[in-house]
Write a protein that binds this ligand. Structure first.
Ligand code: ZN
Length: 420
């Protein structure tokens, strides 16, 4: 932080870092860094966090959806809540930063507020959302769904392979699934989430703070080509109905159209074909059928719609060229993009600038708790750079100064938001 900067109430960078490393040690020893939701290791992490919240002087509670909340009451009744947080659970063999960096930043922000005696009109809540990552019950963002009224009774009935229902698991970690509607909030005036970028852009451009414009919508699309299995040696080329060739042409088209869409100025767009299946998958047989699944992500629904139209056209042309039939595209799943709040993003940008930090806007290609929060409240995200853009891996890394810078920006934005 440059000396002589105007404000500001700055976080204790060393304390933030030490806490982050301490909770990182709470991992399955044979599989660093693993603290999956609902496991005993997760419970240990939660207990560690609860103790820190209590030591910091927050009012600690757990809501019906199993979110751990530290509260600093505001001075004005009915002013509503400024919420800041993320998630402390990890993927298997994950890192020490994804999610938990935002939780520890929230802890540190709360401590700075308490230690400096900063009075807020709004209640301040520092939150560890339950089970953001995919888990054995088959539902991610459990806590942020709950707090926004998006945890249905069907979802609560999801069952893990051992037979335990999600509702039972929520109860086990201290939630109250019978009264899940109590978790739904309507008093949140602003939500902030600090997170590592999980991509390479900030590092590559040497930018300190990423201001998130939107969290992408994800559309998964299936296409199946059906041709005819024939002898690979005796069937002349002009008589073949080879499903794999139509598939190959479609993949190349998807790559090209995605490259075009990425630069036409309508925001983040990426598309990946990560699933390819050929039948009968034998080296001496002309492929009879070929299936691909596309994962397309964008902050623009319009772009996703246009993408599906283009792929439909291209797949039909490819099918015709190689005399095969085409099933699809079939939409397997479709989540809507979540737009981050414009005013909060501008506020964060101004705070960063006043703290002497460089910024750029970018979309998030990964999902976050903020996506659900944005449905019920103005929500904003701050990204900090991470090494080589790596995440969901033990090598995940962010610098102490980068994390402190992000936490300082959020602190300052909370102070200014409260004063509006
Ligand atoms: Zn995360």
């Amino acid at each position: 932080m440059p000396t002589g900067s105007k404000s500001k109430k700055l976080v204790n960078s060393e304390r933030l870092w030490n806490d982050l490393m301490s909770i990182g040690e709470l991992t399955q020893k044979d599989q660093p860094y693993t603290r999956r939701a609902f496991t005993p290791m997760f419970a240990q992490g939660r207990e560690w966090l609860r103790t820190k919240f209590v030591e910091a002087g927050f009012e600690v509670s757990q809501d019906a959806a199993g979110n751990l909340i530290g509260k600093i009451p505001g001075t004005t009744a009915g002013a509503g809540t400024i919420m800041v947080g993320s998630h402390s659970d990890t993927v298997p063999s994950g890192g020490r930063f994804d999610g938990v960096a935002g939780v520890i930043a929230a802890l540190e922000i709360g401590r700075v507020i308490k230690e400096n005696g900063i009075k807020f009109k709004h209640d301040i809540e520092l939150v560890d959302f339950l089970a953001e990552e995919p888990n054995v019950y088959g539902l991610s963002c459990v806590g942020s769904r709950g707090i926004t009224g998006n945890l249905s009774s069907e979802s609560l009935a999801f069952t893990e392979p051992g037979g335990e229902k999600l509702s039972e698991a929520i109860k086990r970690v201290g939630g109250d699934p019978e009264r899940i509607s109590d978790a739904k909030r309507s008093d949140i005036k602003a939500f902030f989430e600090l997170h590592i970028e999980q991509g390479p852009i900030l590092e590559r451009e040497k930018i300190e703070i990423g201001l998130v414009t939107a969290i992408v919508g994800i559309r998964r699309i299936e296409i199946v080509f059906n041709g005819e299995a024939d002898h690979a040696g005796t069937t002349p080329m002009d008589l073949r109905r080879d499903a794999a060739v139509a598939l190959a042409e479609t993949i190349v088209f998807i790559r090209k159209i995605a490259e075009e869409f990425a630069v036409i100025g309508l925001g983040h767009f990426v598309a990946t074909v990560g699933v390819v299946e050929v039948q009968p998958n034998a080296m001496n047989v002309v492929p009879q059928s070929a299936r691909l699944v596309i994962d397309a992500r964008s902050e623009s629904r319009e772009l996703l719609d246009r993408f599906v139209e283009e792929v439909t056209r291209s797949a039909a042309t490819a099918a015709e060229s190689y005399r095969v039939s085409c099933d699809g595209p079939k939409i397997l799943s479709d989540s809507i993009p979540s737009i981050c709040d414009n005013d909060l993003r501008i506020l964060l940008g101004n705070c960063a600038k006043d703290l002497g930090l460089t910024t750029r806007e970018l979309a998030s290609g990964a999902g976050h708790d903020a996506a659900f929060l944005s449905r019920v409240a103005p929500a904003a995200m701050v990204f900090v750079p991470c090494l080589r853009g790596k995440s969901h891996a033990p090598e995940e890394w962010a610098e102490p100064t980068a994390l402190a810078a992000g936490a300082n920006v959020v602190t300052e934005a909370m102070i200014r938001f409260d004063a509006i």
